[in-house]
Design a protein around this ligand. Structure first.
Ligand code: HEM
Ligand SMILES: [Cu+2]
Length: 639
């Protein structure tokens, strides 16, 4: 083994003092999670929290999917009375809200929480306690809104909660307040994770991983974290103003008192458009990883892909007004936002050409993960085309709020996020669990999903062009929309059924699947350099990165760094651009305080829906738990 030893004075036992055979067990003891319930709730291991995050994200996908099934059943025939108008409003609101806030954003971050620290070759994520806290806040926020729905106080104003409909005058009761607070919960957690990812990427990369050796997966997650940091505050501000209007009679959106309902739309879509890229960029992360591995060559045009990611990030903040074309913009404004909307197709297109070039030049192996990537190309590009159509003001004015738009955004969201995600699960399942998913079932899943998806959503373009509005609980038979809707419902059934095949595959394979080994796909990135699943400390020795495709370049022995502590949690901090070893820093121990803090914060957020005093009484309690969390202990850095 070629080994670079870090020299620095130290009182603790270092890995250089321990025999190689003993090292894994000693490190595992230091970094492990204690047994029992308290241990599980106190863990700060990014893999355990990441796995919970992923499972919770899929749980919300399942709930959102159930809501979709209810919608499609109701719309299967004209004049249907299965679900009444009031319940229907709640169901499509829960569907959209769940898919966007509780599935779309968190699942991308969840995959990053698990994979980014492994891919950059460090032992834990930056700020691991904050990571635990953000998971609990997300979980509690999601449960809150679904419990409210079960108690018949669920939101019913659509996933973007437009005022004045969602304001105090037209939505009395608590429904809109639950929606606004759900935003607060999920955004607190999303922001915290974004900070962790950025710092992990900037400061915890293995030595030698210069900026131009960072895997494309990590680049995508890194850019995504910046999008989160700049986009989310807008919606948090908006939802806070909404709840203040509702609870404290402020007049931010009250036209009669000089407020402005359009302000809500600006704040919401300043977040809402980047949001769709926040859901899509993790998809590009998965695609870059999968394409390289199965084409058996590095992704074509590394710099072009990185620059496209960054360009997408910037441009995504310049097009929010295309959601507001029908609010009566002056023509210059409309023209500007049409142009910027069309422009963002360029960086997305560049990435797609780079992936196609990679496959073209490589020797592609068509395993299930790659099939889902091919499905992504097909569906996402189709959605992009209808997007270009919608960017044109005259077309948008015609089809605004019709099923054409519903078709469009499901093509981009399911094509751009769900297909790559499922490919990613087939790809990394062996790393997560140590076992392979079954290939045959994977193919069934893929074909059923691809066919079912198109049968469900393609006809919506046509029903939309024929004038069917979205968010209607039923339609009269004379409109001539029956056949299209019935076909959509049958397609949706097939699509949902494909996920039952997936669920079955996950259940049988996690117990009886073929044993994976460290690197079953012969991939090049660092997560495959350790065992499957990885040990608590990730790597026995921190890798030393000598090339972009490390595991392909260093097939015999992986160069490593030695000189880190064994009996206390220590990570290596490197310089931002060159990734030179900079200092050794202690990494926080497990603690129960993030959970307790999350419970207190939850009580405050939910309490504030009923009385503003919850904030006043809750603040001292929150301060107390935060002091307890940060109380100095044996190590310097227990964040
Ligand atoms: C089984 C798969 C799905 C089906 C059958 C489905 C079906 C539908 C339908 C029919 C609507 C329109 C409801 C109406 O306007 O009355 C809708 C709305 C919506 N869907 Fe889906 N959907 C599915 C999956 C998804 C996924 C995976 C996402 C996001 C990642 C998503 C995001 C949305 C959003 C944001 C809305 C808008 C809700 C609103 O108007 O407030 N859907 N869906
Ligand atoms: Cu948009």
């Amino acid at each position: 083994m070629s080994e670079t030893v870090l020299r620095s004075p130290s009182k603790e036992a270092l890995d250089t003092d321990v025999k190689d055979g003993e090292l894994p067990a000693r490190l595992a003891a230091t970094w492990g999670t204690a047994a029992g319930l308290i241990g599980a709730l106190s863990t700060v291991d990014h893999k355990i929290i990441g796995r919970r995050y992923i499972i919770t994200g899929f749980f919300f996908l399942f709930l959102g999917g159930l809501a979709a099934v209810a919608i499609r059943l109701q719309l299967a025939r004209p004049d249907n009375t299965l679900i009444g108008p009031d319940l229907y409003d709640q169901i499509f609101t829960m569907h959209g809200t769940t898919m966007m806030f509780l599935f779309g954003v968190p699942i991308g971050e969840a995959m990053a929480v698990y994979l980014v620290p492994l891919m950059v070759g460090t032992r834990n994520i930056a700020f691991p306690r904050l990571n635990a806290f953000s998971y609990y806040v997300y979980l509690f926020g999601g449960l809150m809104i679904w419990i409210a729905f079960a108690l018949n106080i669920g939101p019913d104003n659509g996933w973007f909660s437009y005022v004045p409909l969602a304001g105090p005058e037209f939505s009395p009761g608590k429904r809109a307040d639950f929606w606004a607070q759900m935003v607060t919960f999920t955004e607190v957690s999303a922001l915290a994770v974004a900070v962790e990812i950025i710092i992990t990427v900037l400061k915890l990369r293995a030595p030698g991983m210069t900026l131009d050796r960072i895997p494309l997966f990590v680049w995508a997650m890194f850019v995504n974290a910046f999008l989160i940091i700049f986009a989310m505050p807008a919606v948090m501000l908006g939802s806070t103003m909404l709840i203040l209007d509702r609870l404290l009679d402020t007049h931010f959106f009250n036209q009669a008192e000089g407020g402005d309902p359009l302000l809500w739309q600006h704040l919401f879509w300043f977040f809402g458009h980047p949001e769709v890229y926040i859901i899509f960029l993790p998809g590009t992360a998965f695609v870059s990883a999968i394409v390289a591995t199965f084409a058996r060559r590095p992704v074509f045009g590394y710099s072009a892909v990185v620059l496209s990611l960054i360009a997408t990030g910037f441009l995504s903040f310049g097009l929010w007004v295309h959601h507001m074309f029908t609010t009566g913009l002056p023509q210059l404004g409309a023209t500007f936002f049409t142009a910027s909307s069309m422009m963002i197709a360029i960086p997305s297109g560049i990435q797609i050409f780079c992936w196609i070039a990679t496959l073209w030049d490589g020797k592609p192996v068509y395993r299930t993960p790659l099939l889902f990537v091919l499905g992504f190309f097909f569906i996402f590009v189709a959605g992009g085309l209808s997007g270009i159509m919608l960017a044109s003001v005259p077309i948008d004015t015609q089809v605004h709020d019709t099923y054409f738009v519903v078709a469009h955004f499901h093509y981009v969201l399911i094509g751009g996020a769900v297909f790559p995600l499922i490919g990613a699960i087939y790809y990394w399942f062996p790393k997560f669990t140590g076992r392979m998913l079954r290939e045959g079932l994977g193919r069934w899943h893929f074909w059923l999903a691809l066919i079912g998806f198109n049968i469900a959503f393609f006809p919506m373009h046509i029903s939309g062009l024929r004038g069917m509005p979205r968010r209607v609980y039923t339609y009269p038979a004379e409109m001539g929309w029956d056949a299209l809707n019935l076909v959509s419902t049958l397609g949706a059934t097939l699509f949902v059924a494909s996920f039952l095949v997936f669920l079955y595959n996950v259940v049988v394979s996690s117990r009886g699947g073929e044993i994976a080994g460290d690197n079953p796909w012969d991939a090049s990135t660092l997560e495959w350099a350790t065992t499957s699943p990885p040990p608590p400390h990730n790597f026995d020795h921190v890798p030393f990165v000598t090339s972009r495709e490390l595991l392909w370049a260093e097939r015999q022995t992986l160069p490593v760094v030695a000189g880190l502590a064994v009996d206390k949690r220590e990570v290596l901090v490197t310089t931002t651009t060159q990734a030179l070893p900079d200092l050794k820093e202690s990494s926080p121990d497990p603690t129960i305080w993030p959970l307790i803090s999350a419970i207190v914060v939850t009580a405050i957020f939910i309490g504030s829906i009923f009385t503003p005093w919850a904030v006043a009484w809750g603040a001292p309690v929150a301060s107390f738990v935060i002091i307890a969390w940060f109380w100095p202990k044996s190590t310097e850095e227990n964040v």
